[in-house]
Design a protein around this ligand. Structure first.
Ligand code: HDC
Length: 282
């Protein structure tokens, strides 16, 4: 499709996003619009596209679609403009990139270019993969077929050595309830009845919230990045602690996030290509 859909944001949206990733009242560059370094974190780039609509239905794309069975599988983000505006009118252009038939599950890959509506400049580019349980077996390709950016499909593998940096962040029990206000009102993250049908004892945390927490660790340690890719390898529950381990290899930070309470992986195969000389001011 070539139709763009609009989303306008202001400092309030930036502050809400930062708070929903766990920013504290003392993190003034993240929570106070009059601070000299007030800023949108690079991962704010996932917010505009999420608040726009798409011209397709999952029902038309895969078999037996159920929203309760949909999980966020992977995310790729490019930040195409720094500094990121702390207020903007944006237009997002969606495209359907690929549909993969995993037998018992379907993968649907979509892409979103977000532009500054006033200047026409690109701000962000996102590619999302959703993993829809029970929706495979429709006779589609078992392998991806679409051409995608190299960094979006990179199989980032951390080196054997101990991580160069480790940051632990405890999420709050109410984190998903707050994160929803960024625009993802999926009941999976708040409604116990809904999440139960999806196979979870309690509502689970948004993948993009975990992404934001891990990406904030990468940013705090190594500065701004041009792009970032993650796989959501395991479920995170609000209240659990994310341990983000990072390895710098040349211009790339490879990272992974583990749930401290269970030792299970939350984010794997993740990497970010750094923007040279862009230290964080947090
Ligand atoms: O990896 C498992 C899992 O549970 N991951 C965590 C999922 C999660 O918690 N996501 C975040 C919360 S959900 C959410 O935030 C929804 C949100 O509100 C809406 C998002 C909307 C986005 C925008 C849309 C436009 C699971 C269940 C996903 C897979 O586990 P298994 O079934 O055990 O899979 P496995 O046997 O390991 O592998 C089978 C094949 O699938 C591939 N694969 C595995 N995990 C993947 C994945 N592909 C993409 N993403 C993942 N996360 C494997 O590579 C394997 O393929 P192959 O056979 O080719 O090797």
């Amino acid at each position: 499709s070539t139709e763009g859909t609009s989303f306008d944001y202001e400092d309030r949206d930036v502050i809400l996003y930062n708070l929903s990733l766990g920013a504290k009242r003392t993190d003034l560059p993240l929570v106070y619009e009059n601070n000299d370094h007030f800023q949108a974190l690079p991962s704010f780039g996932v917010i505009p596209w999420f608040n726009t609509s798409v011209p397709w239905n999952f029902d038309d794309i895969v078999k037996n679609f159920s929203p309760m069975m949909l999980l966020h599988g992977e995310q790729y983000l490019e930040v195409r403009k720094y500094p990121i505006p702390t207020a903007a009118k944006t237009l997002t252009y969606p495209k359907l990139i690929d549909v993969v038939d995993k037998g018992n599950a379907a993968l649907v890959v979509t892409g979103f270019t977000t532009k500054d509506a006033a200047t026409g400049e690109d701000l962000f580019y996102n590619e999302s993969t959703v993993f829809i349980r029970g929706s495979g077996g429709f006779g589609g390709s078992p392998k991806p077929t679409a051409a995608r950016p190299k960094a979006a499909t990179a199989a980032y593998k951390p080196p054997q050595r101990q991580a160069d940096a480790v940051i632990e962040e405890k999420t709050s029990e109410d984190q998903a309830a707050l994160y929803r206000l960024n625009g993802d009102r999926n009941p999976l993250h708040i409604d116990p009845e809904f999440s139960k049908v999806g196979g979870f004892k309690t509502p689970i945390l948004h993948g993009l919230c975990s992404l934001g927490v891990a990406a904030k660790s990468v940013f705090a340690k190594y500065g701004a990045y041009k792009n970032l890719k993650v796989r959501f390898a395991g479920v995170v529950l609000p209240g659990q602690t994310l341990r983000t381990e990072m390895w710098k290899e040349g211009n790339t930070v490879l990272f992974q996030a583990t749930v401290v309470e269970t030792g299970k992986p939350a984010i794997t195969g993740a990497g970010a290509e750094l923007l040279e000389g862009a230290k964080a001011k947090l």
